[in-house]
Design a protein around this ligand. Sequence first.
Ligand code: NAP
Length: 269
Amino acid sequence: MDLSTYRIGIIGSGNMGKAIIKGLQSVKQRPTIMAWDALSDNQKFLKDELGVSVPQNNQELVSNSDIIILAVKPQVIDLVMAEIATSLTSEKLLISIAAGVPCKRLEKALRAPVPTVRIMPNTPALINRGISAIAAGSHSDEKDLEITQNIFACLGETALVPESAMDMVTAVSGSGPAYVFLVIEALLDAAVGLGMARDLARKLVIETVLGSTELLKESGKHPMELKDMVTSPGGTTIAGLAELEKNGLRHAFNEALKSACQRSQDLGN
Ligand SMILES: NC(=O)c1ccc[n+]([C@@H]2O[C@H](COP(=O)([O-])OP(=O)(O)OC[C@H]3O[C@@H](n4cnc5c(N)ncnc54)[C@H](OP(=O)(O)O)[C@@H]3O)[C@@H](O)[C@H]2O)c1
């Protein structure tokens, strides 16, 4: 899709806002980008480092954009919506990445039936390796979802989901990177515990995790099948796996995801 015909305005230019801008700047047919942030340091960064135009305020940004991306913290969403509600018309598309904020809450703050789309990205988006789940609001159609998919494809993979799945998505891919980093940290410390130098442990662990996920993705095989490939009878791997199972790794992940999903539901309410 040719994004160059669109004017995209980004409200909030912290970690995710900047990642979206950099992603959009990397596409061949790049859109016109405008961004605003409450922080003056970020405004300076937007102008000087990213070379995007910075309006006077959020209303000016909305008036001059076809697509508006809300990349502020959930705590300030209502405030921002109050600022921009009158400038948002049905011809525009409103996209929000605020965790736990349902489309209904955005739609309630609006005067017109503006198409809204909700996204749950994750932090690997910072290096264009994220996965963004995309859910339609009440007034968005196929075309709105297609545009949104094309915008967020510049941050990695995308997946269309019903909005009712967003709490599960938050628990799995939104919070997911933190679980993976904890597992990596535990593996690293365990290797150091065996007496391995930390630098070597870091290299071995990172490449093992990267290689294993690439193998899983490329082969299309079930993880159990790939696990069996390295698990010879009476060998080292089965001894290690038995300890992980005995210590409840599977149960710990079940409980962790249930807890994160519940927390997402609670925050949304
Ligand atoms: N980071 C993640 O892993 C992740 C993953 C999924 C979803 N998200 C969602 O992405 C959103 C942004 O997260 P982030 O990590 O990028 O947050 P962040 O780094 O704090 O960036 C948000 C920026 O918005 C600014 N801001 C506050 N009020 C504003 C206003 N009225 N108008 C314009 N800008 C305003 C903030 O300035 P001040 O600092 O001065 O307030 C800050 O610079 C959040 O809603 C989060 O839930 C994040």
